[in-house]
Design a protein around this ligand. Structure first.
Ligand code: ARG
Length: 461
């Protein structure tokens, strides 16, 4: 049998393989709520404009409500022969209310319908993600405040560089996630235009009111060009780009967690709730959640790349290629959501191993810069000379196999006679971090200021 919706010009129905490659119902059924909301907005506009009667509009709206409950209760039968969510719903509407159902599609095409549905879905996802990023920022800022004075090694090249505070390290991620959040907000604001009423591609001769449907679906305005309206997928690509950047940040943090909880580092204790064991090695406690967050990042990048490649060769306007946009977004955005939830849970539960961190912070001659700065401040040396002197002292300590503060004053003076006893006061890691009071620096005072500023701001929102 040829298709009921578009089969008028066909003598034969599609081949089974055609049906299989063409159907999107297996994934786009996810759009049922958006599709029904879009149809209800459309039909009440049609009635307001006198394009369909108020009575027919009422019948259609009631039928759509029935379908919504059928889908939510699991009694709706989805059919592959009906291709997609739009035609599945319309066909069911015809079963429920008869030929009046056919009036719903006046002044509309599946092209503007799917563009509207998908936008609504992406918009909801962006809103949910934004709330989740906010939760994560809160968890990080609370942990940072609690551990503002816990000293840990700061690294460059994964080599000990200078001591920093655990709180400062966590607050670095708050800044990253704050940028992610503002990107999600930007994307939402840019995408919030309604394609409904663009019809197939050229607009319609019916006197529709696109402002009305836009407003009732929560859009700021209708899209200004019908060709663009049906063929724009920037909104999904931008959402995936923002998701990718956010996932990249999550993945860096996840990688640090994996390193930190290894026996060799031992910087943190991961909660039992976010770790797993091994079926053979009884001692194991593995950071699987962090590893999976790292892995999901790859999938999310993949989705972004798929959409960019899929769209790059498409002439205006709609091509069926665009049907493949949804699976990517349906995979990537919920996975980002899961990754955010897992990271937030892990963050709330993890505890720093204060002693191990402090010991590690002092190793690797991490206060050498403090020694050089002391020479500048107290002895009055140019920094380059102070750097050289300190380098020689580090070499001496390395040769003797001791830490910097274990060199005797005589040993230090053999390199630079102007060094006095006072130098030992800057060689402790606590002193080192406390001295870093420059704006944005690691001192506990700064960290507390920043964590409180963020916590207050997040609370206000
Ligand atoms: N299932 C289709 C999609 O997701 C709906 C639009 C179909 N439009 C068309 N002209 N065949 O893209």
């Amino acid at each position: 049998m040829s298709n009921r919706m578009w089969g008028g010009r066909f003598a034969e129905g599609p081949d089974a393989i055609m049906e299989e490659i063409n159907a999107s119902i297996d994934f786009d059924r996810k759009l049922y709520r958006q599709d029904i909301a879009g149809s209800k907005a459309h039909v009440s506009m049609l009635a307001a404009q006198g394009i369909v009667s108020a009575e027919d509009a009422e019948k259609i709206a009631q039928g759509l409500d029935t379908i919504l409950s059928e889908i939510e209760e699991g009694t709706f039968t989805f059919s592959r022969a009906l291709e997609d969510i739009h035609m599945n719903i319309e066909a069911r509407l015809a079963e429920l209310i008869g030929p009046t159902a056919g009036r719903l599609h006046t002044a509309r095409s599946r092209n503007d319908q799917v563009a509207t549905d998908f936008r609504l879905w992406v918009r909801d996802s962006l809103d949910d993600l934004e709330a989740q990023v906010t939760d994560l920022m809160q968890a990080l800022a609370e942990k940072a405040e609690e551990h503002a004075a816990v000293v840990m090694p700061g690294f460059t090249h994964l080599q000990s560089a200078q001591p920093v505070t655990f709180g400062h390290h966590l607050m670095a991620y708050v800044e990253m996630f704050a940028r992610d959040r503002s990107r999600l907000q930007d994307a939402r604001a840019r995408m919030n235009e309604s394609p409904l009423g663009c019809a197939a591609l050229a607009g319609t001769s019916f006197p529709i009111d696109r402002e009305m449907t836009a407003a009732s679906l929560g859009f700021d305005r209708p899209t200004a060009n019908s060709l663009d309206g049906v063929s724009d997928r920037d909104f999904a690509i931008e959402a995936l780009a923002d998701a990718s950047i956010c996932a990249m940040h999550l993945s860096r943090l996840a990688e640090e967690i994996v390193i930190w909880c290894s026996a060799q580092f031992g910087f943190i204790k991961l909660s039992d709730k976010f770790s797993t064991g091994s079926s053979i090695m009884p001692q194991k406690k593995n950071p699987d959640a962090a590893e999976l967050i790292r892995a999901k990042t790859g999938r999310i990048y993949g989705a972004l790349n798929s959409l960019l490649v899929m769209m790059k060769g498409l002439p205006l306007t709609y091509s069926k290629d665009m049907q493949e946009d949804k699976e990517q977004a349906f995979d990537a955005l919920p996975n980002l959501s899961l990754a955010l939830a897992a990271m937030t849970g892990m963050m709330r539960d993890l505890e720093p191993n204060v002693k191990t961190l402090k010991k590690a912070a002092g190793s690797g001659y991490s206060t050498a810069t403090d020694l050089a700065d002391w020479c500048v401040r107290v002895v009055g040396m140019p920094f380059r000379d102070a750097h050289h002197v300190t380098g020689a002292l580090v070499k001496m300590a390395v040769d003797k196999g001791v830490d910097l503060h274990r060199l005797t004053l005589e040993e230090m003076q053999s390199v630079e006679p102007k060094i006095t006893d006072d130098v030992y006061s800057v060689l402790s890691v606590d002193k080192s971090v406390r001295s870093r009071v420059s704006y944005g620096g690691t001192s506990p005072v700064n960290v507390r200021k920043q964590s409180r500023r963020w916590l207050k701001q997040l609370e206000r929102e």
